[in-house]
Design a protein around this ligand. Structure first.
Ligand code: CTP
Length: 407
């Protein structure tokens, strides 16, 4: 069984989605995990400790100041005697506490005291999920290394309102737990992959540069997802503010030419996923000195020249990876432009998305993509960039298997 011997501390906080936690406990135990539940006061308004304890076959911890519980296990041991802390459902309130280090009940204290990986499955009303405060807290938690699964888009259980905020389904949470505990399948073991991510910075002079709005989130997530499936991944990243993914070799570059050189130096490889928003042009003759304003003179003209197309270079290279995947950031005719790119760049697959400003995709944490391959197009629903990455990594593993053999 995939989770046998694993100990999961499951924190249930107070949302209607707590009813799904009962099924989640069953699913985790079916796979051999031991589940130790902690419930907030809010959670106990939705499901009873009796039901939770019966399904978990363990004591349910609810009180920070319970002499009995403290003698039995103690909140510090509770926080550490496990392989993973899973928060499902995680309310906006509990995430706000986590992001700020508050510890005023057992759940938040355990979360502050733990040194184990923490996986959070948020569930809340869509307006609460998109509220500025929640956005800030989620960003903070991600920067702190907390992992997320969901929320998904769909109808809310209590209000019928639609939008993003539904807790991920128990089986998806279980799959995410397995990946985090590194117990998932490793279909890419023995494969090498190169991923580009982020923007490039093309210098104008020593202090100025041309850039774009890419955050690197999607590319970094793909590098991590390929590594989670067992691939040996090199990430070539332009300047970004997000951390290097764990378990991946990251090479930092600034300019498109540096990015190309780094990518080519890692060939041969089995897989190339070119996600970077490479600047199409660079300044033809970047100045070695800061360009000064000259009183009474017109602004200096910027002469541009074309950058190397890294995807196209890789797609037509003598050591072309077996699977070459590109991205297409479009603001119109997404599918048509994506198809044209597939052919022009020599890719096997193009992940196309609409980056019109109103979609909030560029720089944001969510994505909605179309997968354009030679044999057809599929539309993926709106999901987090981490989920796009996981699905894409699985698809890559499948395609590679279908083409057979090793590169
Ligand atoms: N790409 C690349 N090197 C470049 C430009 C793009 O490797 N110099 C890659 C990107 O990483 C992405 C794909 O090519 O995988 C699509 O890039 P995009 O800029 O959207 O396409 P272009 O070829 O520039 O086409 P257009 O400007 O018409 O959109």
């Amino acid at each position: 069984m995939m989770l046998s011997g694993k100990r999961i501390l499951l924190i249930i906080s107070g949302g209607i989605a707590a009813y799904k936690s009962l099924d989640l406990i069953r699913r985790l135990r079916e796979r051999g995990a031991a589940v130790r539940p902690v419930m907030t006061a809010g959670a106990q308004q939705f499901v009873t400790p009796l039901a939770v304890g019966a399904l978990a076959a363990d004591h349910v911890f609810t009180e920070i100041f319970s002499r009995e519980d403290e003698q039995d296990v103690g909140h510090i041991r509770l926080a550490r005697d496990c392989d993973l802390v899973l928060v499902a459902p995680a309310t906006a309130d509990l995430m706000a506490k986590m992001a700020n280090g508050l510890a005023d009940d057992l759940a938040s204290t355990v979360l502050l005291a733990t040194d184990r990986p923490v996986l959070v499955a948020p569930a809340m009303n869509p307006v609460m999920w998109s509220a500025a405060a929640t956005r800030r807290n989620v960003e903070q938690l991600k920067a702190d290394g907390i992992r997320f699964i969901g929320p998904a888009a769909g109808e809310m259980a209590e209000s019928g309102e639609a939008g993003v905020g539904r807790m991920a389904e128990p089986l998806d949470i279980v799959a995410s737990v397995e990946r985090l505990l590194d117990n998932g399948p490793k279909p890419l073991a023995g494969r090498t992959a190169i991923v580009t991510s982020g923007p490039t910075h093309e210098p104008i002079d020593p202090v100025r540069y041309i850039a774009n709005r890419s955050s690197g989130r999607q590319g970094h997530a793909i590098a991590a997802a390929l590594a989670a499936l067992g691939a040996d991944v090199t990430l070539v990243s332009g300047p970004v503010t997000i951390p290097d993914p764990a378990g991946v070799t990251t090479i930092h570059v600034e300019r498109a030419e540096e990015m190309r050189d780094a990518v080519i130096s890692r060939l041969p490889a089995d897989i190339a996923v070119m996600v970077a928003a490479v600047a199409d042009w660079r300044v033809a003759a970047a100045s070695g000195q800061k360009i000064k304003k000259q009183p009474g003179e017109a602004p200096p003209p910027l002469m541009l020249t074309e950058n190397p197309d890294i995807l196209k270079t890789v797609g037509h290279h003598g050591q072309r990876p077996r699977l070459v995947v590109g991205f297409a950031a479009e603001t119109q005719s997404v599918e048509e432009n994506g198809r044209a790119k597939l052919t022009r760049k020599g890719a096997d697959m193009i992940v196309a998305n609409d980056v019109s400003p109103e979609t909030g995709i560029m720089g944001g944490t969510r994505n909605r993509v179309k997968i354009i391959a030679r044999d057809g197009v599929s539309d993926w629903p709106d999901m987090g960039k981490d989920e796009v990455a996981e699905k894409l990594a699985l698809l890559i593993a499948e395609k590679l298997k279908a083409t057979g053999g090793k590169a």
